[in-house]
Design a protein around this ligand. Structure first.
Ligand SMILES: [Zn+2]
Ligand SMILES: [Zn+2]
Length: 416
């Protein structure tokens, strides 16, 4: 492979519809979006690196504290059980569901920590005008970790578990939980102020370039990692700034998305039929399916929480499956109907998918609190594996889908 020659410019191709733009020198604190599909591609803020650094540093301190102290404790008839942040993943692992245990560990501990550490590794030197070794690879890793970091979804799981177990025993909130909430707030603030374009431009600036001719335009590919617009005659070429292999579109996007969606749709049935867990309290089993969990919340009068869990566990996976299938069909039938709205639908599907993990987190937190032998114990059910698989497969499906194909199929990218 040969490095593709750089197109020295502030040209930008929209990641979601592939429209080509020449970016103006935006004043500070302005946001520039794609006029065609509404995707945001630049949030100019001269303090973005400094602020993101401070928020990530705060998040790291809170992460360490959240792991150092007890998280929750529960007492049932005088018997007390204390749990730490990692206890949920460990308990599910030890109860025989090692795959679900590892998944929980990855999304609530490993991915958030990786995000914080990579951010600090890149941002701290940049803040002081320097560049860390392998910074480019680190920023690319950050993009990989981002969709799998689900600390905030875990907090919703804590809330749901608290309500569900209120009848079984008394739950006490410990100091680590407050630190964990602070970490989530700091991470959300860091995500809001983080501006990838600013980071890439500081790592390696893309020099200005005149608007290309229509013939040249066909060969301009936007790097999906760093957004630099590069000239590609032959595939495969790689981005001169970040080394990513350049493709006009994600490879085999439609076939891969179909395969993942069909697999998820099949698993959606056992995920709802089989129990996620069974809590055995004083010899009495309480079987809990996904829908049963919502009914439990309704019967305890927690309507808002029931609506939230219904949305996260039932509506979101359905929305993802039906949404992705309709997008795939609309591309197959070369639909010209409202491509901007269909791109927006894709954006929503991509953003909300992670919230379905809440039921898996409820299982983990319950497993970490209810291990008291004959008083109360928990048995994870086959529904948990099926449901976790649905969540993971739909996240991969959304990542495999290339929204630019919506615009290609609608004939919007034909002139270039
Ligand atoms: Zn666009
Ligand atoms: Zn690149």
């Amino acid at each position: 492979m040969t490095p593709a020659p750089v197109v020295p410019s502030r040209l930008m191709r929209c990641r979601e519809c592939d429209a080509l733009y020449s970016l103006p020198d935006a004043p500070d604190k302005t946001t520039i979006g794609c006029p065609r599909c509404g995707a945001v591609f630049l949030k100019r803020n001269s303090r973005s690196i400094a602020n993101a650094f401070v928020f990530n540093l705060t998040a790291l301190v809170m992460f360490l504290l959240a792991n150092a102290f007890p998280f929750l404790s529960m007492s049932i008839k005088g018997s007390m059980q204390s749990s730490r942040l990692i206890s949920g993943a460990l308990a599910v692992y030890q109860l025989g569901m090692w795959h679900v245990g590892i998944l929980i560990f990855l999304v609530m501990i490993a991915a958030p920590l990786a995000k914080i550490l990579i951010n600090l590794y890149v941002l701290a030197p940049l803040h002081f005008g320097r560049r860390a070794p392998f910074a480019v690879n680190a920023v690319r890793l950050l993009e990989l970790a981002h969709p799998w970091s689900m600390a905030e979804v875990f907090m919703l799981g804590v809330l749901v578990t608290g309500v569900k177990l209120a009848d079984v025993g008394t739950i006490k909130i410990d100091v680590a939980l407050f630190c964990f909430v602070a970490m989530i707030v700091a991470m959300a603030a860091a995500d809001t102020v983080y501006e990838p374009n600013e980071v890439w431009e500081r790592l390696q600036r893309s020099p200005p370039q005149p608007w290309p001719s229509s013939d040249e335009m066909k060969h301009l590919v936007g790097c999906h990692a760093c957004t630099m617009v590069c000239h590609v005659d032959l595939e495969p070429s790689f981005c001169p700034r970040c080394g990513t292999v350049l493709h006009r579109r994600k490879r085999n996007s439609l076939d891969r998305t179909w395969a993942l969606v069909i697999a998820a749709a099949i698993l959606y049935i056992p995920a709802n039929v089989y129990p996620v867990m069974t809590v055995v309290s004083f010899g009495r089993p309480f079987v809990s399916t996904i829908l049963g969990g919502v009914q439990e919340l309704i019967s305890s009068g927690m309507w808002p929480l029931a609506a939230l869990v219904f949305f996260a566990s039932i509506t979101v996976p359905m929305l993802k499956l039906i949404g992705l299938i309709s997008l795939l069909l609309s591309i197959r039938h070369r639909s010209r109907w409202r491509p901007a709205d269909r791109t927006r639908l894709y954006r929503i599907i991509d953003a909300v998918g992670r919230w379905s993990m809440v039921d898996i987190f409820v299982l983990a937190i319950t497993a970490s609190l209810v291990q008291m032998g004959s008083i109360a114990t928990i048995v994870p059910g086959a529904g948990a594996i099926a449901f976790a698989s649905v969540v993971v497969l739909t996240i991969f499906a959304a990542l495999s889908f290339d929204p630019r194909l919506i615009w290609d199929a609608a004939g919007a990218n034909r002139d270039e």
